[in-house]
Design a protein around this ligand. Structure first.
Ligand code: HEC
Ligand code: HEC
Ligand code: HEC
Ligand code: HEC
Ligand code: HEC
Length: 386
């Protein structure tokens, strides 16, 4: 009976797998991954689920022109919008299934290759409608894993392998070296040839050992499917500034060093990209000294990338230059000097954090709620001064 059910699911579904396939279909057999993904920014990437994206979109000149060009990366499942944009027709987001999917399961698992372009890269999607790409070292040469059921000699035990819903191609290098992320996350250039956002990873390219996947999708306990018992799966909540930032703390080191006058705080960023990437973010270092009953707060230090025009800050579609960039770069040891002398028995408190939305921009965007504008602690260290 169970076999029959699986077989009929198989027959009815193999051809149905296309970019519209809703992530909730995958939920049946991959509930742990689906649940993590549900809370991720990828699921929430549309204007209907991300108030920050909506606020910027509402001010964007493309909205007046009626062209939701953000779809390429934010809602790649909405094929209606994408095909209209290709024909240079007007296309605005409406609250339909394709939009609400955001960056869906299939929008990543069917990326065959990445085309490099100056404005932004493009994901090339496989035309094979029932194969998904994935990585597994032990099957790296298998480009077409199909579902198989083998009965043992006496017919009591059935050995299954593969997925009854989809075939799997394990040979796509992008899924091993993290470059599958670079179709959307590499860079975005505006009409004035300014890179509004850039991960600058050409300086420290992804490697099989360390890449976007190893840090943002670590292996954690729990089986990746209900039909098999694997000990671990890759985290699909995509830890980042907005969600589960605590999972990334280990990649940033905070230390201090006493100097003849004052002391240095050293921030080491082991990521292969600047610590904060989106131009709306502002990083901040807060340092204070606890001395007997006193608390001495030192001047905070900001990390920010400001884009603008004619020496004044300007929105992404107007900006022509980078006015200032103090963001902590990839693999950088940032040394920040404080003139205050430390004394024995001081407790030095070093706090690194950020604002999701630059408070100055938040006002203009109408994003006034504390969830957008409050200072959020990313990592804090307490040192006992000797
Ligand atoms: C080339 C791909 C690409 C295009 C096109 C694109 N974005 Fe994005 N966008 C991203 C990526 C990747 C992120 C996540 C970056 C990060 O967090 O550093 C992002 C994040 C954002 C955020 C921050 C969201 C948050 O919750 O903090 C805003 C706002 C945003 N995009 C607005 C837009 C708007 C408006 C458009 C269209 C006019 C657009 N983007 C087009 C790739 C793109
Ligand atoms: C009927 C159950 C079922 C459904 C529905 C299903 N899968 Fe699977 N999937 C499996 C099974 C079982 C495996 C493991 C196959 C194996 O290990 O031999 C698997 C494996 C995978 C893998 C590769 C795992 C690896 O080892 O790297 C990916 C990726 C994947 N599924 C994604 C999806 C996505 C995306 C969807 C929704 C479009 C989906 N699956 C829907 C059962 C299912
Ligand atoms: C060595 C670990 C490491 C690697 C490798 C890595 N990251 Fe990160 N990533 C981080 C850390 C740490 C942060 C900062 C989190 C914070 O401050 O809350 C971060 C932040 C981000 C953010 C949020 C930035 C923002 O401003 O919203 C995005 C998006 C991101 N990484 C994508 C990527 C992509 C794409 C790759 C592959 C090119 C990658 N990361 C590689 C550790 C890593
Ligand atoms: C942003 C891109 C992206 C999205 C969205 C995404 N995945 Fe993945 N997924 C990956 C990458 C990359 C891997 C890593 C391959 C590896 O190293 O195993 C992976 C691995 C997997 C695996 C197998 C490996 C494991 O150990 O976990 C399964 C199963 C899977 N994904 C299913 C899903 C399902 C189901 C969804 C939607 C609920 C989904 N994925 C959404 C990129 C994505
Ligand atoms: C189809 C385009 C696309 C692909 C492929 C993609 N992303 Fe994203 N990603 C986005 C967009 C768009 C956002 C911003 C969504 C939002 O906040 O509105 C985002 C957000 C994120 C964030 C959250 C940043 C934050 O502010 O917390 C992380 C982390 C991230 N992506 C990592 C990855 C990794 C790792 C991969 C590769 C395995 C990947 N992405 C592949 C489009 C993509």
């Amino acid at each position: 009976m169970k076999t029959f059910l699986l077989l009929s699911l198989l027959l009815s579904s193999l051809n149905a797998l296309d970019a519209f396939t809703s992530s909730s279909v995958c939920q049946k057999c991959h509930p742990v991954i689906y649940n993590e993904y549900y809370h991720s920014q990828h699921r929430k990437a549309s204007i209907f689920s991300d108030p920050i994206h909506k606020a910027v979109w509402d001010k964007h000149p493309y909205k007046k022109k009626g062209m939701y060009k953000c779809a390429k990366c934010h809602t790649p499942n909405d094929k209606v919008i994408l095909s209209k944009l290709e024909k240079h027709e007007k296309a605005l987001p409406v609250k339909n299934k394709g939009q609400l999917e955001g960056v869906s399961c299939v929008s990543c698992h069917n990326i065959k290759s990445i085309e490099k372009h100056a404005r932004s890269n493009t994901n090339v999607i496989t035309s094979n409608k029932h194969t998904l790409y994935s990585a597994r070292e032990s099957e790296k040469n298998n480009s077409d894993k199909k579902y198989k059921m083998q009965k043992s000699l006496f017919g009591f035990v059935t050995k299954k392998s593969g997925s009854p819903y989809h075939d799997i191609d394990f040979t796509n290098e992008l899924f091993y070296n993290g470059n599958v992320c670079m179709g959307c996350h590499s860079h975005k250039e505006n009409a004035h040839k300014l890179q509004v956002c850039t991960s600058k990873i050409t300086a420290h390219p992804n490697s099989e050992k360390e890449n976007c996947i190893t840090c943002h999708m670590p292996k954690i306990p729990g089986s990746f499917t209900t039909l098999r018992d694997t000990k671990t799966h890759r985290f699909h909540g995509f830890s980042g500034v907005s969600h589960k930032a605590s999972m990334l703390r280990q990649y940033i080191k905070l230390t201090y060093e006493k100097k003849p006058q004052g002391f240095d705080v050293i921030i080491y960023n082991s990521a292969n990209h600047p610590l904060l990437l989106h131009p709306l973010r502002v990083g901040m270092l807060k340092v204070s000294i606890k001395r007997s009953n006193k608390n001495i707060a030192l001047d905070p230090v900001k990390f920010i990338r400001i884009i603008g025009k004619d020496k004044h800050p300007a929105p992404p579609w107007v900006a022509t230059e980078v006015l200032k960039d103090t963001q902590i770069q990839a693999k950088e040891h940032r040394v920040i000097h404080f003139n205050t002398d430390l004394e024995p028995n001081d407790e030095l408190i070093v706090t690194l954090g950020d604002y999701l939305v630059n408070p100055k921009m938040a006002k203009k965007l109408g994003l006034n709620k504390p969830q957008f504008t409050a200072f959020r602690i990313f990592k804090e260290e307490h040192f006992n001064v000797k």
